[in-house]
Design a protein around this ligand. Structure first.
Ligand code: ATP
Length: 507
């Protein structure tokens, strides 16, 4: 029996702890103290990540007739990043605290004037969070008390630091010191630089790619010329991207090395871009649901027209309710033909294709759904994690930690458990089934400890099913006990039924 799933008080802490304890995610180079913004995936993490990537690849590329895959190099010609605009513009506004040496992203650092009876009597600051406004209001009240000022305090009007004027910057307190120690924002380019070859001069400078998308644009002509594609069609790839983020945070949500899954969907210049944009928003949303993310955690955010790049026709983000707030998971951008056009100009190689119908040449337009694999990984952990109070047959109550992962992505699909360790007939049959399942699925064999404890170990890593080989299996009809993770229900099942269940649910 179980009570309704309860979210622990600090869900993020619980997830990070489980991820470490059970081998999903470790801090990178941990024995040297870790490296901020870098992570390693452990034995279960690498399976979960691979399963998410494989599901995306199968649904996005293999099961469609209009999308092909590629894999491009991480270091590309530096001119790619000049043409794409990244050398000049891929930057975040950086603010330094001169005293503490802390660094902040100006658009994540909020401040407000403290206004009493219409007069500004000081300034307060707070870092971006779910509670920024409340924190600023509380700080304003404290400042008014501290200065012993009488009168009516106006509600704070939070602004981010990019909106601060020089005279305000001179007075806004640093969150680290409480004194006005902040520098004006300056552009900080987020691309990691390296050098190619033996020389380390300006001519050898290259970059680790900050996105995978440019690979699709630069190889566009190669893909078209191989002759398999016809508009509208897409080119997809998954792979590592690198961004020297000013403030990596929230575990793997924002890191400096991460994996992206991106697709460029090319359409005719006269095609209805808004229709295709909507199509891809819906496709991405239903794909997220297909790997187990609940509808209740998903929403859409349309970027404001005035904040879009000049070439952009529209961008919609699929947002996810993370434990630290609603944040971007998947961006779907209608980019016109800016990218191919830029590469045509910079390389001198025409990117236009010939339209048989109109006998005209044109550079195709593109819709780009771009998502971070690590962010989806975090989202499935956040949505799946639960702690429940369960009561056993003897009336004992304990807390069960369970990861409700979809069978499509669970790192282990089935755990095979002989009821007793020291009964050879049971372990032999269990190992036989285990070996048979292993040819097609990631499975786990466990004979150590009480059966209840073994179930709990699987619950915690998200294994959807356990099968127990007991005396009925070997003495009667060969069926096993199938125990289902979420409901904890048990039923008898034959080997053929087990394979049929897996075939239906794991795809
Ligand atoms: P943000 O505003 O969060 O920095 P962005 O709008 O710059 O993200 P895009 O350039 O659109 O992000 O990248 C596409 C996707 O790649 C994002 O939706 C996100 O899922 C993922 N992503 C971007 N930056 C990071 C990062 N530093 N760590 C992990 N995933 C990231």
């Amino acid at each position: 029996m179980s009570s309704p799933a309860a979210e622990p008080a600090n869900l993020m802490e619980a997830i990070v702890s489980l991820a470490k304890r059970r081998g999903f995610v470790f801090p990178s180079s941990e024995i040297y103290g870790g490296l901020n913004g870098f992570f390693d995936y452990g034995p279960l993490g690498v399976e979960l990540k691979k399963n998410i990537r494989d599901c995306w690849w199968n649904d996005m590329v293999r099961r469609r007739d209009d999308i092909v895959g590629i894999e491009t190099s991480i270091i590309m010609h530096p001119k790619v990043w000049e043409a794409s605009g990244h050398v000049a513009g891929f930057s975040d506004p950086l603010v330094d605290c001169k005293v503490s040496k802390n660094r902040y992203r100006a658009d994540q650092l909020f401040w407000a004037a403290v206004v009493v009876d219409g007069n500004t009597v000081g300034y307060v600051s707070a870092l971006e969070s779910e509670k920024t406004t409340e924190e600023l209001q509380a700080a304003a009240e404290q400042l008014k008390r501290k200065k012993a000022i009488q009168g009516a305090l106006a509600p704070v009007q939070p602004k981010d630091f990019t909106e601060a004027q020089p005279q305000e910057i001179a007075q806004i307190p640093s969150p680290a010191t409480g004194n006005p120690d902040l520098t004006p924002p300056r552009a900080f380019n987020m691309m990691f630089q390296t050098n190619v070859g033996a020389m380390t001069d300006a001519s050898s400078v290259a970059y680790l790619r900050p996105e995978t998308a440019q690979g699709m644009f630069v190889d566009f002509k190669n893909v078209v010329d191989t002759g398999r594609v016809k508009l509208p069609f897409g080119i997809a790839q998954t792979g590592k991207s690198f961004r020297n983020e000013i403030t990596p945070r929230n575990f793997i949500f924002r890191s400096r090395e991460f994996e992206q899954m991106e697709m460029e969907f090319f359409i005719h210049e006269d095609d209805d871009w808004a229709k295709w944009h909507r199509y891809w928003i819906d496709w991405c949303t239903s794909w997220l649901k297909s790997i187990g993310l609940p509808d209740t955690h998903l929403s859409e955010y349309d970027h404001l027209k005035e904040k879009l790049a000049f070439y952009s026709k529209g961008t919609t983000d699929i947002m996810f309710k993370f434990p630290f707030g609603v944040q971007e998971l998947w961006g779907i951008a209608a980019r016109g033909n800016y990218d191919l056009g830029q590469h045509e100009k910079a390389s001198g190689v025409p990117q236009a294709i010939f339209d048989e119908a109109t006998k005209k040449k044109f550079v195709p337009h593109v819709i780009e759904p771009a998502v971070g694999l690590d962010r989806i990984f975090l989202a499935v952990l956040a949505a799946g994690y639960a702690e429940e109070q369960v009561t056993d047959d003897k009336g004992n109550t304990e807390t069960r930690t369970v990861l409700r992962l979809s069978p499509r992505i669970a790192p282990v699909k089935v755990a095979v458990l002989p009821l007793l360790k020291n009964k050879e007939a049971l372990t032999t049959r269990a190992k036989e089934l285990y070996k048979k399942l292993q040819r097609r699925y990631a499975v786990f064999y466990d004979e150590a400890g009480a059966i209840g404890r073994r179930y709990r170990r699987q619950d915690e890593i998200g294994t959807p099913w356990c099968v127990t080989i007991d005396f009925d299996t070997i003495e009667k009809d060969g069926s096993f006990t199938l125990r289902e993770r979420d409901s904890m229900q048990q039923k008898r099942i034959t080997e053929a039924e087990l394979f049929a269940l897996l075939d239906e649910q794991v795809f």
